[in-house]
Design a binder for this molecule. Structure first.
Ligand code: 6GU
Length: 228
């Protein structure tokens, strides 16, 4: 899986994803992360990438040209390498709300381009030319698309073969069956007077599995009844 992130803050993307499981996956070559600075494609002598909105109003709008040129710089390579146009995800609160099913769909791609906006958004003409998917990560407003892109990359990457240690752990975690995960415990057996549920110490795998299923369902009913 190759991710290409078009952004004004490439260091935010690279610094945010070089740790822990995703960092290890990059070192192992299972995923590749390419952060492209849109500002590098400004043709303005001051490296400007934004301007006032036509029609007036608050804030600045990212200009079409540097966004489009940054896209071309990666898309042309991808097309000549794979023979097909990559999906381009624009991170926007106006998009479809991201979920695990969408992550599974995106995980099938070889290359994904993420376009991160800032200020009051991006000139609609650039979006019209390049964007294939508008995606939001929830109903609240962030200052830019970088955190949402990182959220998507993290979620998609753990579905890529070899990224998680245990090949099975991707399947059995929250949302796999629209159920939340069961509670987990580790040593010691007693902490602040609280004991680990007896069944987990019993060594009876059948019983453990049954208990976990019950807890999973109980937790989902309590915390996320909307999933059932
Ligand atoms: Cl994708 N972008 C911004 N700016 N805010 C958001 C979002 C995206 N998803 C939820 N809020």
């Amino acid at each position: 899986m190759r991710y290409h992130v078009l952004t004004l803050f490439p260091e935010m993307i690279l610094d945010g994803l070089n740790t822990s499981i995703i960092g290890r996956a990059m070192n192992k070559g299972l995923i590749e992360l390419n952060a492209i600075n849109i500002r590098d494609f400004s043709t303005n002598k001051h490296m400007k990438v934004d301007d006032y909105p036509y029609g007036g109003g608050a804030g600045m709008v990212m200009q079409a040209e540097p966004v489009y040129l940054s896209y071309k710089s990666v898309a042309d390579d991808i097309i000549s390498r794979t023979g097909k146009k990559p999906r381009v995800v624009y991170l926007t609160p106006q998009g479809k709300v991201f979920n695990q099913r969408m992550a599974e769909e995106f995980a099938k791609e070889e290359d994904l381009i993420f376009l991160c906006g800032h200020y009051e958004g991006i000139d609609e003409r650039a979006l019209e030319l390049i964007v294939t998917d508008n995606v939001s990560i929830g109903d609240y407003v962030l200052t830019g698309g970088e955190l949402p892109a990182m959220v998507m990359i993290d979620t998609i990457s753990r579905l890529v073969k070899g990224v998680l240690n245990n090949d099975d752990s991707a399947k059995y975690e929250s949302f796999a069956d629209n159920r939340l995960e069961y509670p987990q415990y580790t040593r010691p057996e007693e902490f602040m007077g609280m004991k680990v549920p007896k069944v987990l110490l019993s060594g009876d795998h059948k019983k453990v599995e049954q208990w976990r299923e019950e807890e999973s369902l109980k937790r989902t009913k309590e915390r996320r009844p909307d999933l059932l």
